[in-house]
Design a protein around this ligand. Structure first.
Ligand code: NAG
Ligand code: NAG
Ligand code: NAG
Ligand code: NAG
Length: 393
């Protein structure tokens, strides 16, 4: 779309958006507290992977999939590599700790223990790939090897459905909406970095996993169920599951769109756009007066969940910077931002979250959601980038 058209669209929208656009993101002091708290309580593989992605988007946006071409420049300004950049952001050398702790660096396997999950350890993979790509010592191949073994594990060892969906669990074939944020963005990023025929095949694989997961999990409501197949199911439309799916597909979309193969993946990009929009459209229908979504999005007897509200708000701001179809969700995104601002306490903790390990009960008083902390920062970064994008230039 021509820039002029875009500008007209914004001018046209601004009257409608007058009130919610007044909402601003967080101040630096609050961001710092939310971040410190995230770093303190993120311990599981998916929490660390989400933390690394979050800090990349928040503090090093030029390395994220929402800016510039992929692969990014191999040389960063200054003598940093991506691991230093992330270490600075996390105040710990977490990536080196993880990669140096792999018991057999030559063996095919996950980057870190995943508590029985196939997908979760792969969430750390994009940061590992970035570290390899920006390294200053070309003979240091440990990050490349770790990423390669993680990829091989996903593609050749993990169980699959007959039609090829990679299981989210190691012990049985079971599909969780969460998987879509954990594994496909890594597979796609690997492909975009690698290039060539193998890279193209990986971009296809990432797209296909999104497609297959949607076929299994989406129902007539337009929302996704949380867990299907295997020994137990969660057929509810879990807010966080829908947010993971939409946010994961958005990262795959942007990875493809910024890769050398973008022109050969037009229909795939259209599909991903449709599927992200489908979730946002269905979910925001259930947005409550103060801006929150409920934990089971479409159930009146459920409870307010700030975590999924924050991540779906972030996806909405980002989608609007990627495609004009995203603009429809901007009023919802501002309302989400408003309720999230009201839900972060003075200590920098996000209140009113679902307990991310039970899925169906609120966090107990005094306990907080690691992924919820990350979603606050993702929402802020997405809001910031949207504001920047929509400024008159
Ligand atoms: C290192 O790996 C072992 C298992 O191989 C695990 O028990 C330990 O928690 C890991 N340490 C870190 C810092 O990740
Ligand atoms: C690691 O980086 C090099 C460039 O320095 C690149 O050729 C290689 O493909 C990368 N490995 C992976 C697994 O991305
Ligand atoms: C592409 O993949 C094949 C099979 O996995 C492998 O043998 C070949 O070395 C790869 N090519 C490149 C350029 O990495
Ligand atoms: C928003 O409204 C819901 C009820 O729909 C309530 O449970 C929640 O606490 C409210 N959030 C805030 C921050 O007021």
């Amino acid at each position: 779309m021509a820039f002029g058209t875009l500008l007209t669209l914004f001018v046209a929208c601004s009257a409608v958006l007058a009130s919610p656009t007044a909402v601003k993101g967080f101040d630096d002091d609050t961001l710092a507290k939310v971040k410190t708290n995230l770093q303190t309580i993120a311990t599981h593989s998916w929490e660390i992977g989400t933390e690394l992605e979050t800090l990349t988007e928040l503090e090093w946006p030029e390395l994220s999939v929402f800016h510039g071409a992929i692969p990014p420049p191999a040389q960063l300004a200054s003598s940093h590599i991506a691991a230093d950049v992330i270490a600075k952001a996390t105040a710990s050398d977490i990536l080196s700790i993880i990669v140096n702790n792999i018991s057999d660096p030559t063996a095919v396997g996950p980057l870190i223990d995943g508590d029985g999950a196939v997908g979760d350890p792969a969430s750390i993979g994009v940061a590992v790939l970035l570290t390899n790509w920006t390294r200053t010592d070309p003979s240091d191949d440990k990050f490349a090897l770790a990423a390669q073994n993680q990829l091989e594990y996903l593609l050749t060892v993990a169980p699959r459905t007959d039609d090829g969906a990679i299981s989210h669990r190691e012990s049985e074939v079971q599909l969780w909406a969460d998987f879509v944020y954990m594994a496909p963005p890594f597979i796609a990023y690997y492909g975009a970095i690698q290039g060539g025929a193998n890279g193209t095949a990986l971009l296809s694989e990432a797209y296909n996993q999104c497609k297959l997961y949607r076929q299994y999990l989406r129902d007539v409501s337009g929302l996704w169920k949380h867990i299907v197949l295997g020994s137990s199911q969660d057929n509810n439309h879990w807010g966080t599951g829908n947010a993971w799916a939409a946010a994961g597909m958005l990262r795959v979309l942007e990875t493809i769109a910024r890769s050398n193969e973008a022109d050969n993946f037009r229909t795939e990009q259209e599909d991903l756009l449709d599927w992200i929009n489908e979730i946002l459209t269905a979910a925001w229908t259930y947005q409550h007066v103060n801006g929150t979504l409920y934990n089971y999005i479409d159930q009146d007897t459920s409870f307010a969940d700030s975590a999924s509200t924050a991540l779906l708000g972030a996806v909405s701001f980002r989608l609007a910077t990627v495609n004009e179809r995203g603009h429809a969700h901007i009023p919802n995104a501002y309302r989400a931002l408003q309720v999230i601002k009201a839900s972060v306490n003075e200590g920098g903790w996000l209140l009113n979250t679902v307990d991310p390990e039970t899925f169906d009960t609120p966090s107990l008083p005094g306990s907080y959601s690691p992924e919820g902390q990350a979603f606050v920062l993702l929402l802020h970064a997405a809001w910031r980038d949207f504001e920047e994008f929509s400024k008159p230039k």
